[in-house]
Every structure is written in structure tokens, then in C-alpha cells.
Ligand binder design. Structure first.
Ligand SMILES: CC(C)(COP(=O)(O)OP(=O)(O)OC[C@H]1O[C@@H](n2cnc3c(N)ncnc32)[C@H](O)[C@@H]1OP(=O)(O)O)[C@@H](O)C(=O)NCCC(=O)NCCS
Length: 169
């Protein structure tokens, strides 16, 4: 399976992938218009025939925070590690942009915990992210859980080892 940045020609396939899970209330539905406008945010996974079987998007909110959204893997290829690879590829995109934290809102809590995310209170996320939530048909009774992954703070290097204190008599 090959993961690559999405192209506009992938939009109908992304739309269909998301639609299937949105109808089961596992994801938020996205219109074709929304997908074209945000196509630069998407990575897609193609199978050997070139068919799109997975997608994920990284939406930047600020200089230190982005959201992983629209993660979907086609049912016929689930359970083969593709979901985890897409989450990792999305994390690599955030790192390339020098964004230290990525959050997600999801029902697949155990899956994201396996991918290095941990649960946080939704109230810990900035208000800006709720602009989109208020447009969702499930708002305010959404059961999604917030999870986040952040890079560990850089260890301080280059400082001389501290000499033990010498006590003078
Ligand atoms: C969640 C999803 C992306 C996982 O994709 P996948 O390719 O099956 O995931 P992986 O094969 O990388 O799975 C890794 C592990 O997580 C587990 N897992 C998969 N989906 C899970 C879920 N919904 N909840 C808990 N664990 C899950 C797998 O069993 C696997 O465990 P294993 O290593 O012990 O076998 C896929 O099930 C999906 O598209 N679901 C519908 C849409 C959705 O819920 N999107 C997520 C957030 S919006």
C-alpha cells in the first residue's frame, strides 16, 4: 500500500470512503466542496491497482497545534496496519511543519492509544476548534473523545556536567 499526498482526482474516492463511515455516525460527513478546498491537507493510501483505500487529513490550527481528521480505511483492508501507517504519516507531516502537538476527536479511542495518543478533556482544547463542531448534526451530544500526541520536550544538551560542590573547611 502506497501513502502519498492526495490529488484533486482522488476527491470522489475520499468522499465515498468517508460517506460509508459517516452514515454509521463514526465520522463527520464531508461535502465534495469541503474536500476540494482542503485537498492539500489529505494523504491517501492506494492499493496495487491504484484504488484509494485509506485517507487522513492534517488540519493546522495554530503554530503549536493541528488536528488529525478524516481517518478512514476501507473495510476490505482493515486490520492490516494501514490505519496505524496513516496516523504515523500524518504525524510526520506535522513534524515536517514543526507542529509539536496533534489532537483528534474520535470514537476509536483504543486504536489511537496504540498509536501514541492519550486522552485529554475536550475543555483543554482551544475554543477555536469548536467552530466546526457547532456545524455538526451531533453537536452538542457528540460522544467523541479527545486524544492528543505531543513531542517530548528536547533534553537540554551541551551543558557541562555539574561539578560536585567542594566544601571548604
Ligand atoms: C479506525 C481505523 C482507521 C483503523 O484502521 P485499520 O487499518 O483497521 O487499523 P490497523 O490495522 O492499523 O489497526 C491497528 C490496531 O488497532 C486495532 N483497531 C482497529 N480499529 C479499532 C477501533 N475502532 N477501536 C479499537 N481498536 C481498533 C486493530 O485491531 C489493530 O490491533 P492489532 O494490532 O492488535 O491487530 C478503521 O477501523 C476505520 O476506518 N474505521 C472507521 C472510521 C473511523 O472510525 N475513523 C477513526 C476516527 S475518525
Amino acid at each position: 500500500m502506497n501513502i502519498r499526498p492526495a490529488r484533486v482526482g482522488d476527491v470522489p474516492a475520499i468522499y465515498e470512503l468517508i460517506r460509508v463511515f459517516a452514515e454509521r455516525n463514526l465520522m463527520i460527513r464531508r461535502s465534495l466542496g469541503e474536500l476540494y478546498e482542503s485537498i492539500r491537507e489529505f494523504l491517501v493510501a492506494g492499493d496495487d491497482t491504484g484504488s484509494i483505500v485509506g485517507c487522513v487529513a492534517l488540519h493546522v490550527f495554530w503554530d503549536d497545534l493541528a488536528e488529525l481528521r478524516c481517518l478512514a480505511v476501507a473495510e476490505q483492508v482493515q486490520g492490516q496496519g494501514l490505519g496505524q501507517r496513516l496516523v504515523e504519516a500524518c504525524w510526520d507531516s506535522a513534524r515536517a511543519l514543526e507542529i509539536p502537538s496533534v489532537f483528534t476527536l474520535t470514537h476509536a479511542v483504543a486504536f489511537f492509544e496504540r498509536c501514541g495518543y492519550h486522552q485529554i478533556e475536550k475543555s483543554e482544547l482551544p475554543h477555536k476548534i469548536w467552530n466546526e463542531c457547532v456545524r455538526c448534526p451531533l453537536f452538542p451530544n457528540c460522544q467523541e473523545v479527545a486524544l492528543i500526541r505531543s513531542i517530548a520536550p528536547e533534553p537540554v544538551t551541551g551543558l557541562p556536567a555539574r561539578e560536585p560542590a567542594i566544601l571548604e573547611a
